[in-house]
Design a protein. Structure first.
Length: 125
């Protein structure tokens, strides 16, 4: 019986420790990806800044060709937007800020989740 008490006490300590560990973790995270494309930065920038071009290179559309894309009234530059609907749900993206040929800041939202920030940086080789 004493052994069972010690085992239950150990399990309780582990659960409390795990709970404390989870509680002190940051409530946000950052995902970074980088890709080298052998083309001038302005060519890549011009492809990314206009949502009309995204269907041609988007891996999301490649994974689900049934994706329905709806372009906003404005597709290029600050205020440009588009939305999509696919088998996994819906989402939308909007361009918030740009530095010509250098960077793009966007807001990305999947379904009813909180929006995420997206930052593109175009660095010449």
């Amino acid at each position: 019986m004493k052994a069972l008490k010690y085992i239950l006490f150990l399990i309780l300590i582990l659960i409390i420790g795990f709970t404390i560990y989870i509680a002190v973790q940051p409530n946000s995270f950052e995902v970074k990806r980088s890709r080298t494309i052998h083309a001038p930065a302005e060519v890549i920038y011009n492809n990314v800044i206009d949502f009309k071009n995204w269907e041609a290179w988007s891996s999301w559309v490649e994974k689900d060709p049934e994706t329905v894309i709806t372009l906003g009234e404005q597709t290029k530059g600050i205020g440009g937007s588009y939305s999509w609907m696919d088998k996994d749900g819906k989402g939308k993206m909007k361009t918030l800020a740009t530095t010509e040929h250098a960077s793009i800041d966007q807001e990305l939202q999947f379904g009813d989740f909180e929006p995420s920030k997206v930052h593109w940086e175009f660095t010449p080789l």
